[in-house]
Design a protein around this ligand. Structure first.
Ligand SMILES: [Zn+2]
Length: 437
């Protein structure tokens, strides 16, 4: 199929483009990008089907570098098919999926299974993340060479911190040989357990066990020190506290290969969302204070935090509709991440290109995803069309994701993906029916 995406505002931070352009697509590739001409050469491109994009924004396909797809093992929460359906509906053309499946993605067989399922689904591209340690047990190192050959793009025991500092050092040294970044879930379990929310006056008032900010920050500090020893790229997952942001800022100033992500809930919600014992606000790391939220926003603005990731963590009602202490941690995020990110733009915190960079250029650079993160001639046509003016109310019942655990149900937001294209193929389309695609 040949497509002409006509007259949209192209925002491509990787190539420093922010301009009204026509994009020509042929055989899955971008044939040409041209500034909108006063008069188009109708004959040359008469056989292209037109997607009218006037008033819309076109970005490189969004990338979510922190998703839990749950398959294999927890298909009642999510499958690779439903997860990638949710991804494309959220504007994502690629997702990197965490290793805490059952079995854990610590061998070639599991990686290949995930890739096989993703190919069958034919929606968003899936990039598996391999485990740092077999079974996420933190006791030994997985076979990184085998995992890399099978297709993993990074290593992480996400969900389970690597408590043993020596093992973390060896993991970084070993990962370096295979050019795989380590994604660290920073949590000192001795400090965090048995906490269920942020530790402070609110947790005392509610009578819930608290998780101090230091449970995260001590591990961020430790991993940055180990990164300094080993010089292997380190990516800090889901940064939630002001001091963590500052530690990453200092590490970057020193020139260390450290990057960081946060998730929309850490810049959209505070611990107060837990009041009323709403289990939809239970997550790990927990929602923090206003000061932390502001620090995260500032970290995004000044470039300390490179990436916004969903930390999409589907759970069934079985695990959420129980008392707060017992409820599972995490929320779904693939279908709300883009509008919540654009909300930072409406608040005047990020510019449009800055917001898009956190969802495209940032993750593509950290995971070294070829052909993703930018739009260029002869490159694959992975792109997202966004209607920046579209106002809507978040409705969990409309989610493609199999799970509905979101604290944002009922929120009024502005700006959403209306069309998602992977390699020139439309995999999601909510554009006006008049465009007849
Ligand atoms: Zn995590």
């Amino acid at each position: 199929m040949k497509w002409l995406i006509r007259g949209g505002r192209v925002i491509d931070p990787q190539n420093q483009v922010d301009d009204l352009m026509d994009i020509y697509i042929h055989q899955g590739k971008i044939l040409d990008l041209q500034p909108v001409p006063p008069k188009r050469n109708a004959t040359t491109f008469s056989d292209f089907r037109v997607i009218p994009a006037e008033g819309l924004v076109i970005t490189p396909g969004l990338i979510d570098m922190h998703t839990h797809l749950r398959e294999p093992g927890y298909e009642y929460k999510e499958t690779i098919l439903t997860g990638t359906q949710a991804a494309v509906a959220g504007g994502f053309t690629a997702v990197a999926c965490m290793a805490n499946t059952l079995p854990v993605n610590d061998t070639q067989a599991v990686t290949e299974y995930i890739l096989h399922k993703a190919r069958e689904a034919r929606l968003a591209r899936v990039f598996p993340i391999g485990a740092i340690s077999p079974g996420l047990k933190g006791e030994a190192l997985a076979e990184y060479g085998e995992l890399k050959n099978a297709g993993v793009v990074a290593l992480s025991d996400d969900g389970h911190p690597v408590m043993n500092s020596q093992l973390m050092r060896r993991a970084m040294e070993y990962a370096r040989a295979f050019e795989l970044p380590i994604i660290s879930h920073c949590e000192d379990l001795f400090l965090s357990r048995p906490g269920v929310m942020h530790e402070g006056p609110t947790s005392t008032w509610l009578g819930l066990h608290g998780i101090p900010s230091a449970a995260e920050e001590t591990m961020v500090y430790r991993d940055i020190q180990i990164c300094q020893m080993t010089q292997n790229p380190l990516h800090i997952a889901h940064v939630s506290t002001a001091a963590s942001v500052q530690l990453v800022r200092d590490a970057k100033k020193k020139g260390l290969p450290v990057s960081a992500e946060t998730a929309p809930h850490y810049f959209s919600l505070t611990e107060e969302a837990v009041i009323g014992f709403d289990t939809q606000a239970k997550m790990n790391p927990p929602l923090r204070t206003k000061e932390d939220l502001w620090a995260v926003q500032k970290g995004l603005k000044d470039g300390t935090i490179d990436v916004i990731a969903s930390d999409h963590a589907p759970h069934s009602p079985l695990e959420k509709e129980v008392e707060f202490d017992l409820a599972a941690m995490g929320i779904v995020g693939l279908e709300t991440t883009l509008p919540l990110t654009l909300n930072l733009m409406h608040l005047g915190i990020l510019t449009f290109p800055q917001a898009i960079a956190k969802l495209t250029q940032g993750p593509a650079r950290i995971l070294k995803l070829n052909g993703f993160g930018g739009l260029q001639r002869s490159g694959p046509a992975h792109l997202t069309i966004i209607d920046p003016e579209l106002e809507f109310q978040v409705d969990i019942h409309s989610f493609r994701s199999k799970s509905k655990n979101s604290p944002f149900h009922g929120w009024k937001l502005k700006g959403q993906a209306v069309l998602t294209m992977v390699e020139g193929r439309i995999v999601y389309n909510q554009m006006a029916p008049t465009s007849d695609l």
